[in-house]
Design a protein around this ligand. Sequence first.
Ligand SMILES: O=C(O)c1cccc(C(=O)CC[C@H]2O[C@@H](n3cnc4c(=O)[nH]cnc43)[C@H](O)[C@@H]2O)c1
Ligand SMILES: [Zn+2]
Length: 353
Amino acid sequence: MTDRLVDARVPRDLHTFIAGLPKAELHVHHVGSASPRIVAELAARHPDSKVPTDPEALVDYFTFTDFAHFIDVYLSVVDLIRTPEDVRLLTYEVARDLARQQVRYAEVTITPFSSTRRGIDESAFMAAIEDARKAAEAEFGTVLRWCFDIPGEAGLEAAEETVRLATDDRVRPEGLVSFGLGGPEIGVPRPQFKPYFDRAIAAGLHSVPHAGETTGPETVWDALTHLRAERIGHGTSSAQDPKLLAHLAEHRIPLEVCPTSNIATRAVRTIDEHPIKEFAKAGVIVTINSDDPPMFGTDLNNEYAVAARLLDLDERGLADLAKNAVDASFLDEPGRARIAAEIDTYTAGRLAT
Ligand SMILES: O=C(O)c1cccc(C(=O)CC[C@H]2O[C@@H](n3cnc4c(=O)[nH]cnc43)[C@H](O)[C@@H]2O)c1
Ligand SMILES: [Zn+2]
């Protein structure tokens, strides 16, 4: 835990509890998880890039005026990933950062279209992520699974390429469990992606689109109705629609809440105005996630600390929050039971001291 990430309004012993709590991360982007050290290393490998090589300068570079600016910067980091070795390095280091935070299981959102369109061979790309996934499980004990997302703004060509890579048995990676939709929402209606989600779902993948991050609750309804969403990425604007909150609660559709991300992209004005409390009050299943942690100056532990403050949680409340993510994950039942038991044992041990 770096001091920069310690919220002084949360008691230090709660930070310590969170740091050791076994966790699952359900909403974290592959490229968006590149640590300043990895971004600097990739920028040094590819010196024609405009991305700073100095980790200190990255703090300014990762300060966003709005969501569109965030996506511009995000794509400049995507441009640094040019070879299968870059992909392998990034993936392995992302797993190491997750393992350090006691993340036992993570579903990492990958945008394969962005890499294949930049010339990385698709088989080499899949081999690189799979090699890193297996190494991470063996060396760190962190289980990784993949969500392939369509970068919606890149259009139906991107949707077609993404669903092909996700469903063709000759290329789809073993670790793939879900299918998503990311990027800007404004001007990118969700219903147009229905045929691609239908194909992904028919191939056994779970539907987890972003919705209601930068547009209103109607986008969340579209994701539920047309894309058959099983979880919603962000879903922030759901708070504006009581019927939607009731629907999410009744149908047990979890929200992948990423509080600091919403502030960094200016989707929500201040952290105290974040609607997480309204979600919890309405009985919606809340999971806590980090989205693009180094770009937003956060990590998963800090997101749990933010949630503890906003939801007024003690150790048991935090353990329940961690179990929400385990239950909402696409890990098999024995795997979910194992992590849930680990959370219980850890919590009982900490409360007994
Ligand atoms: O790769 C391209 O060439 C390309 C062309 C046009 C548009 C795009 C994108 O819009 C890529 C978006 C990219 O952003 C990722 N991401 C990361 N964090 C978030 C988030 O909080 N909300 C939405 N999207 C996010 C997403 O996974 C895409 O990879 C790309
Ligand atoms: Zn996201």
